[in-house]
Design a protein around this ligand. Structure first.
Ligand SMILES: [Zn+2]
Length: 389
């Protein structure tokens, strides 16, 4: 029981890219008075006791009883300072943005992840209906809600309804276009529930005739850090680096990406954002270079890139982190090698989600207004991280 169990289950899920990518996912353990939760930015796969923050459980739950301003930036800032004030004496790290959610669950262990297989269901048109059919009362479906204070408010209201009806809170909570929470009294039970969720979704995917994404490499330049061996691919890589000098670049081309890079129509499922994490690491959308556009322009992809890049920055307000070149492959651009790796990992995660969602009535992106909110939120967080340096 306790911290050692929490560390063990965190490393188990955090070390498996099927469940957790980058700094994503978070875990917690609570006793009657204290909540131990992953610190913001800690990596689950290698976490030890120093990666967790200890908070007063009652004080965290009480954050939702306070009145906050309607303005979202002011509200999130005040909620965060209330949360920081709920830390036990001597605690200095910032707790996960999802801390209040963890505190709300009346269970000892919580493991929250964003697995591609599960998100295939959560980012699909038929998601709500299929989830009810597959999991019944075992799972609670929460329609897409802005992460942070608003999401914890929504979950609290849902849990209160269970309490009022004299029912226990479900151990599985499915957050549309986001991820899954699994809650239990023991870590063994957490594993068992995850196993059953995965096998249930996998079976439904298979029964619908779904084929698992094929990430085996095809053609030249498929190594993760190559830039494309074909002359056209190399020229495009150089053109990208002219737009983003000093950046790190990753290239990938495989059977799974090839399906979506076959035509502009085939690419549509990847042209929007599936979850907030995808926006944070891969950008709200990729820059897509289609043959069609090339034919109209009468130019090679490398020549097309400059004007397309500038138009993208103008309309989107950020520089592309993914360039998807029809018939060539995927280029990920990052300010560092780590950022480029993360952009690519999250984009390939979106490739999986797009493919899995095909078995559940097709993909469902986040609404554009929600995408805009996350984009602004990121900017705010970036500003605050710079300001605190
Ligand atoms: Zn999450």
């Amino acid at each position: 029981m306790g911290m050692n169990e929490l560390i063990g289950i965190s490393r188990l899920f955090g070390g498996d890219p099927e469940f957790v990518l980058g700094g994503g996912g978070n875990t917690s353990w609570k006793d009657a008075t204290t909540l131990y939760i992953k610190a913001s930015g800690a990596a689950l796969g290698t976490i030890d006791e120093s990666g967790f923050v200890a908070l007063d459980l009652a004080a965290v739950r009480a954050v939702l009883q306070r009145d906050f301003p309607l303005d979202s930036a002011a509200r999130e800032a005040q909620a965060l300072s209330a949360l920081l004030a709920a830390r036990l004496p001597g605690q200095t790290m910032r707790p996960s943005v999802e801390t209040i959610l963890h505190a709300l669950f009346p269970y000892v262990y919580i493991v929250h992840t964003h697995p591609a297989l599960v998100n295939g269901l959560l980012c699909s048109v038929d998601g709500p209906g299929r989830a009810a059919e597959l999991f019944g009362d075992r799972a609670l479906w929460i329609p897409y809600t802005t992460p942070g204070y608003v999401l914890s408010r929504t979950l609290k209201d849902a849990f209160d309804r269970f309490a009022a009806a004299g029912r226990s809170v479900p151990q599985i909570v499915l957050l549309q276009n986001h991820g899954i929470f699994v809650a239990a009294e023991t870590t063994a039970e957490i594993e068992k529930i995850y196993d059953s969720v995965f096998s249930t979704i996998r079976a439904a995917f298979g029964a619908a005739g779904g084929k698992a994404p094929d990430f085996s490499a095809v053609g030249a330049g498929a190594a993760a850090d190559a830039t494309g061996d074909e002359p056209e691919g190399r020229a495009l890589a150089e053109a990208i680096l002219r737009q983003a000098p000093g950046s790190s670049l990753r290239f990938v081309s495989n059977a799974a990406t090839g399906v979506f890079l076959a035509s502009p129509e085939a690419f549509v499922p990847l042209a929007g954002a599936f979850t907030p994490d995808h926006i944070v690491y891969s950008g709200a959308k990729p820059l897509s270079l289609s043959h069609e556009a090339n034919r109209h322009a009468g130019d090679a992809p490398a020549t097309r890139l400059g004007p397309a890049w500038k138009a993208f920055v103008k309309s989107e307000g950020f520089a592309p982190r993914i360039v998807a070149a029809e018939g060539l492959g995927i280029y990920a651009v990052g300010a560092s090698a780590k950022m480029a790796d993360l952009a690519l990992a999250l984009f390939l995660d979106a490739v999986k989600i797009a493919q899995y969602s095909s078995a559940f009535g097709g993909y469902r992106h986040m609404a554009l207004s929600d995408v805009e909110f996350i984009k602004k939120w990121e900017v705010e967080q970036y500003r605050s991280s710079i300001a605190s340096q």
